[in-house]
Write a protein that binds this ligand. Structure first.
Ligand code: PEP
Length: 251
């Protein structure tokens, strides 16, 4: 299974800045990317076209979206459909990112609708799950992950191609805080996610990627990526500069 290094640029960068950063990243990384590694850039919608263009033809480099609306088209002012993203060159999309759950109010049910619809539409999906600090302190890690994961894949066909569905474990308390989860915490959460994926999808659950996200930086990436059941990383802040992200990708 290839390891996936995903850059979530959130609401940063204009179209031209994003295209330049993607081209710079490609320049820094191509030729040195270890076999079995893939790089994914998730810019804002407005920057998808230049990022896809900068990555065009580069093997193992992909563009993706941070969000979409689970309908083909229609009267949904301000929203973007999966088909529109595919048309711009996005092959992947996130669902259930903690900022969409906790800042923008997405429910487990909405995340489940998006995950199933995105897959059905032809996108590969990275479903994000993770506990808040009060939930962790209350001993609810396993319950939160199980609830979010089962709801997130509730309508996903059990024979989905495992390469098209990944889960990102992102403890909310580690996102954008500089506070990275320790190896024991990551191992425990990823083992829980793996057990759930196998329970739901059978043997295919062993082939689905589980990414870690939360304050991944150039100086902690190699330790994290080497852990059991860590099949990649989802990086926010440290992915904004091509130089920093290239050091994570090459770690
Ligand atoms: C994220 O946005 O998914 C994320 C993990 O952010 P950061 O790396 O900044 O913690």
């Amino acid at each position: 299974m290839n390891k996936l290094f995903a850059a979530n640029w959130k609401m940063h960068k204009t179209a031209s800045e994003a295209g330049q950063t993607a081209a710079e990243l490609l320049r820094l990384v191509s030729g040195s990317l270890k076999p079995g590694r893939e790089v994914l850039i998730l810019p804002p919608f407005t920057a998808l076209a230049p990022v896809a263009e900068a990555l065009r033809g580069a093997q193992n480099f992909f563009a993706g979206a941070q969000n979409f609306y689970p309908q083909k088209q229609g009267a949904f002012t301000g929203e973007v459909a999966p088909g529109m993203l595919l048309d711009l060159g996005a092959g992947f999309a996130l669902t259930g990112h903690s900022e969409r759950r906790h800042v923008l109010g997405e429910t487990d049910e909405m995340v489940g609708q998006k995950t199933a619809f995105g897959l059905e539409s032809g996108l590969s999906i990275i479903l994000c799950v993770g506990e808040k600090i009060d939930e962790r302190r209350a001993g609810q890690l396993a319950a939160v992950l199980e609830r979010q994961l089962r709801a997130g894949v509730a309508a996903v066909p059990r024979d989905v191609q495992p390469a098209r569905l990944a889960v990102a474990y992102e403890p909310v308390w580690a996102i954008g805080t500089g506070e990275v989860a320790g190896p024991t915490e990551i191992l425990e959460a990823h083992a829980l996610v793996r057990r759930l994926l196998v329970d739901i999808f059978g043997a295919a659950g062993m082939q689905m990627r589980i990414l870690y996200g939360g304050s991944v930086k150039p100086d902690n990436a190699s330790e994290i990526i080497a852990l059991d059941n860590v099949d990649g990383v989802l990086v926010g802040g440290a992915s904004l500069k091509a130089d920093d992200f290239s050091r994570i990708v090459l770690a």
